[in-house]
Ligand binder design. Structure first.
Ligand SMILES: [Zn+2]
Length: 435
């Protein structure tokens, strides 16, 4: 990124600061200078001066949001998304950092591609942290070179899109990653149980005449991983996009053990259920699929009680021709960067009374407990000047056609949401401002 953060200062004044990592939930001014947080002080009490000022009255000021799970589609599939368009959508959604998944073409399993993803020529608007493949070409057979990938900038390894299915290879991945304190991210799906399935197993799948994925295909892998993670010290296991009550039970057991077990959920899994798949609309098709009402309720409880560490979008852009086909033939996945905060405030805060501090935590300190992004996830003095400013009361309508993403595959087109991003600041520079 080529940003003029030197000799630049910005005072964000009059806002209400929520910084869960620093245990702050109070009116505070924040002074950014030279790409760092220079001061956090009660209103009107900062000592330093600033070139520019941002009036944040009536708004929440938070550490920049971090998305652990984004498909930016480069290299190889820039007809769906590019790093430039995907990070522009991230900025509009309040995300200042995104971790991008390696299931591209080619798969990001070498240091060359990890380096390529981070080059200024990619045109990223927010910080991009690559996650590298856990096995070569994500085929689940031979491990990649974790030390070299980490040195090149990878913050975790995963075969996302596919599970690391073999028990021996998963054990070896956890053991080697533990030696260098690197998280292993699992796409928990026993694909031997889900072949040819396009939605959740249950009455709705039966009525629609579609083959359904068993919830056990997710829970069994999480159970297995949690057992393996306890076999070595220092393992860091992260379960991506958890969607079932049973998988959450396994995560809870893992958290009670000595192993470091974390997990994330997506906004669509805490908002929708499989009964929302009306008229075979493929914009409701994703993997893991929308689950039962009981699963959704368990997710909301787990978001409140700390079982879930982070909200991650699993932003998965697809071109129209990949979605405008029969449901069973359509690609899995939906976009999600621009609707995440609105869905969290609308569904979790307003409907389910989860405090805003907890929601901010799930977008900030939570993700940094999963991957190491030094000096991010908080606005403590000396941290990176990455800030998300939002209006928790603003009602707005999401229009998919106006998305900054290259793709339009969203089930939330036309949804009325409460809670809107007002400005996104990366290294002290405003990279998005609502009009
Ligand atoms: Zn996945």
């Amino acid at each position: 990124m080529n940003r003029r953060s030197q000799n630049h200062s910005l005072l964000i004044r009059g806002g209400h600061l929520i910084d869960p990592a620093a245990r702050i939930d109070a009116p505070m001014d924040v002074l950014l200078r030279d790409g760092q947080v220079a001061e956090v002080a009660p209103p009107g009490k900062t000592r330093g001066s600033a070139h520019d000022k941002f009036d944040a009255r009536g708004l929440i000021v938070a550490p920049g949001f971090i998305d652990l799970h984004v498909h930016l589609r480069e290299p190889g599939q820039s007809y769906k998304e590019s790093i430039a368009t995907g990070t522009a959508a991230a900025a509009a959604g309040g995300f200042t950092s995104v971790c991008c998944m390696p299931n591209t073409h080619p798969v990001v399993d070498s240091t060359e591609w990890v380096t390529w993803l981070q080059q200024p020529a990619r045109g990223a608007v927010v910080n991009v942290f690559p996650i590298a493949a856990a096995t070569k070409v994500s085929k689940g057979a031979a491990l990649t070179d974790y030390r070299a990938l980490q040195r090149a900038g990878a913050v975790a390894v995963t075969d996302d899109g596919r599970p690391i299915l073999g028990e021996d290879i998963m054990r070896e991945a956890l053991r080697l990653a533990a030696e260098i304190n690197l998280p292993v991210i699992q796409h928990a799906e026993d694909t031997r149980m889900t072949e040819h399935c396009s939605m959740n197993e249950g009455p709705t799948a039966f009525r629609l005449g579609l083959r359904g994925m068993k919830g056990a295909a997710e829970a069994s892998i999480v159970e297995r991983d949690v057992q393996l993670a306890q076999q070595f010290s220092g393992t860091r296991l992260h379960e991506a996009h958890i969607s079932t009550a049973d998988a959450l039970k396994a995560v809870r057991r893992g958290k009670r053990s000595k192993a470091r077990v974390t997990c994330e959920v997506t906004p669509h899994h805490f908002t929708l259920t499989d009964t929302d798949i009306r008229d075979y609309d493929a914009n409701f098709k994703m993997n893991p699929p929308l689950r039962s009402a009981a699963d959704r309720e368990a997710i909301v409880v787990a978001l409140g009680d700390g079982t879930i560490d982070a909200i991650a979008t699993d932003h998965a852009p697809h071109a129209i021709h990949e979605k405008m086909v029969e449901f069973e033939r359509a690609a899995f996945g939906i976009t999600g960067l621009e609707t995440a905060l609105g869905l969290a405030v609308t569904c979790l805060h307003r409907q389910h009374k989860i405090p805003l501090t907890r929601i901010v935590e799930l977008f900030t300190a939570g993700p940094t407990s999963v991957v190491d992004l030094r000096g991010r996830g908080t606005l403590a003095r000396g941290s990176h000047a990455d800030v998300t400013i939002f209006d928790p009361k603003k009602r707005w309508t999401f229009e998919g056609a106006k998305s900054r993403s290259k793709s339009r595959n969203t089930p939330f087109d036309g949804w009325q949401l409460t809670g809107k991003v007002v400005a996104t600041i990366v290294s002290g520079e405003i990279v998005y401002r609502a009009d």
